[in-house]
Design a protein around this ligand. Structure first.
Ligand code: C2E
Ligand code: MG
Ligand code: MG
Ligand code: MG
Length: 285
């Protein structure tokens, strides 16, 4: 009898599993085809210099709008791309596209590109980055690569070597989502990062929650003593910004300043930003 029950449970469960597997396979094919048809795009979110309040960089953020399902968030399709290996070609495209776009911006403005830990499994990563820079004619100092702690999990020597090789190209390496990993401080010892991005989960309560205040103070202080720039991500209110400025955070990013923009809107913002700066300096024509 028990066996029969188990069997019926299995029979009930199986069609659901099939549906799940099918939906996943469909989405996987959709992503592959969307990429092949050139339907993925990049958004650009400004990073603001906290002292001058001018745009100093943009972060490239991948976007996918399915003709039927509408916009699908990176939180959903990046893991899919990672599991299927599509992140290799997609990531290489992101690098090429982002570098090409940044080459049209005024000289000091940088581009930040997110790298998946899966991209580090490919020995060609350093060459892919070098080729993207060269094809765009972009100076390496203007490219910032954002990695998360999973790249350094288990003291991965091969990945640390790759990070050194990337930096030898002249690009900057940023630790993304700082504070959310298992051993964020340990990762700072594994590799000398150029920048720390304090995770949004700490920023959302800064100024209100004494624990978040203490953590932000500790991280900006740590950055200052290590000579590492600090960026706060997810800044949404003027009060948060004032607090971060007072703590000596170098750069800020968030909806308070701008949502991610189309390439055209990013260019327009830079033109306006440049004109305002020239006006402030009394150099406007
Ligand atoms: P991330 O690298 O930490 O990027 C910041 C995310 O925070 C972006 O979400 C951005 O839209 C969002 N954000 C920025 N300011 C605010 C704010 O003030 N409030 C709130 N609520 N959110 C804010 P998005 O675009 O959905 O990207 C999510 C994640 O997907 C990224 O997190 C990154 O890990 C990954 N991702 C995006 N593009 C790429 C890519 O080209 N390659 C790889 N490997 N990962 C990517
Ligand atoms: Mg990022
Ligand atoms: Mg981040
Ligand atoms: Mg994040």
């Amino acid at each position: 009898r028990a066996k029969a029950d188990g069997g019926s449970t299995f029979r009930c469960f199986k069609p659901e599993m099939d549906a799940w597997v099918q939906a996943r396979r469909r989405r996987e094919n959709n992503l592959r085809e969307a990429f092949a048809r050139g339907e993925l795009s990049l958004s650009y979110q400004p990073l603001i210099d906290a002292a001058t309040q001018r745009v100093c960089a943009f972060e490239a953020l991948l976007r996918w709008t399915d003709p039927v399902e509408g916009p699908i968030s990176p939180g959903e399709f990046i893991p899919l791309a990672e599991e299927t290996g599509l992140i290799g070609p997609i990531g290489a495209w992101v690098l090429r596209q982002a570098c090409r776009e940044a080459a049209a911006w005024p000289d000091p403005v940088r581009i930040a590109v997110n790298l998946s830990p899966v991209q580090f499994r490919n020995r060609e990563l350093v060459r892919t980055v070098a080729e993207a820079l060269e094809a765009a004619g972009l100076a390496p100092q203007r490219l910032e690569l954002e990695i998360t702690e999973s790249v350094l999990l288990a003291e991965n020597d091969a990945n640390v070597a790759t990070l050194h090789a990337l930096r030898a190209l002249g690009v900057r390496i940023a630790m993304d989502d700082f504070g959310t990993g298992y051993s964020s401080l340990g990762y700072l010892r594994s590799f000398p990062f150029d920048k720390i991005k304090i995770d949004r989960s700490f920023i959302s309560q800064v100024g209100e929650n004494p624990h978040c205040n203490a953590i932000v103070r500790a991280v900006t202080g740590l950055g200052a003593s290590l000579g590492i720039a600090t960026t706060a991500e997810g800044v949404e209110t003027a009060a948060q910004f004032a607090h971060l400025q007072a703590e000596g955070c170098s750069e800020v990013q968030g909806f308070l300043f701008s949502r991610p923009l189309t390439a055209e809107a990013a260019r327009a913002l830079l033109a306006q930003d440049g004109a305002e700066a020239a006006h402030r300096l009394g150099t406007a024509a």
